[in-house]
Design a protein around this ligand. Sequence first.
Ligand SMILES: [Zn+2]
Length: 353
Amino acid sequence: MKKRIYILIVCLFALSWSAAGQTKDKFVVVIDAGHGGEDPGAIANRQKEKDINLAVALKLGKKIRQNCSDARVIYTRSKDVFVTLKERANIANKAKADLFISIHTNAAGNTSANGTETYVFTPDRGQAENREIAKRENSVIYLEDDYSTSYQGYDPNSPESGIILDFVQDKYMEQSIHFASLVQEQFRVLAHRPDRSVRQANFLVLRQATMPRILVEVGYVTNPADAAYLAKDASRDKLAESIYKAFVSYKDETLRKRQSGHSTTVADNGTTAQASAGVVYKIQLMASKKKLTGKAPEFKGLSPVSYYEENNMYKYTYGESPRREDMLAELPKVKRLFKDAFIVAFKNGVKVK
Ligand SMILES: [Zn+2]
C-alpha cells in the first residue's frame, strides 16, 4: 500500500514536471503595484501610497525586462487604475506565474515607525501588529459591491475573520520565506533601509495566489523621514534595484533546480511544509565581530548563509525552513564543518527560545 502511494506520488511529480518543462521556458513574474485609481492606499506627508507603489513596480519591471531574457514580466496594473485584490491574484494564477510580488507602502498611527518589511501569507491571524497592517491593506475590498461573496465571508473588521478561513497547507511557504529574506537583505544592504524583517500576515491578495508570493512594504508614508525618502525618484530606484537583485538570485536558483530536475515546491518525500506560524529554523554556524560577505571562505562553501546581530556580534546561520525537522536533517552535515553548530528559531525575524 505504501509503495503504491509512493509510485503515485512519483508519477504525479514526473507528470507535472514534464508538463511544466514543455509549456514553460521563461520564468514568469507578476508585479503587483498595490492600490490605484479610486483607492489611493495610505496618504500622509503629501504622499499617496498608490503612486509610490506604481513607480517602484514599473522600475522593477523595467530592470527585469532589460536584463533578464529568461524572464517574463506581467503587471497587474501599469497605470493609475483600480484593480480588485481577487483580480490581481487571478492574473498571476492564469499566467501560471513562478513568483508574485506585491508592492505596498506602510502607514502607522505611531509616526516614528519606519523601515521596510516583507510579508509572506499565513492563513491564521498572525501577530497583533502584523494583523493591523493586513486589516488596513485588505480593507480595500469594501470598494467592491460583492466583497462578502468574492472573499468567502472575509470581513477585515471582524476579529474572527482570520480564523474562519479554511486552513490550506501552503506548499509555497518555504520558497516565499526564502525570497522574502533575499528582498529584506537587499533593502538593508543595498538601499540601507531599516530592516523590520520578514513577517507573516493574512493578506487577501496573497491568499488567493497559488505560487511563491510576497508582499513588500517599502517604507512608512506616515514617518516624515521615510516619506521624504520615498518621494525621491532615486530612492524609488534603489528600492526597485533591491527587489531586482533578490529577484535575480531567486530566479536563477529556481531555473537551475528546474533544469536539474529538482523542485522545492514539494519535499521529495511528498509532504508539504508544515509551518508553525511565523517561525523559521536555521542552523547557527559561528559568531564574529566581523561582517562577512556571503562568499567568505569562513563559511566553508555553505550557502545560503545569513546573519543576525546580538551582543555586538554577527551571528551567522545556514539554511532556513519553517520545519525544524528539515534543519535537524541538515545538522550532521553542517556539524562536520562547524562542530558547535546548533539550531536556532526565529519568530517574525526575531530569535526565540
Ligand atoms: Zn497598501
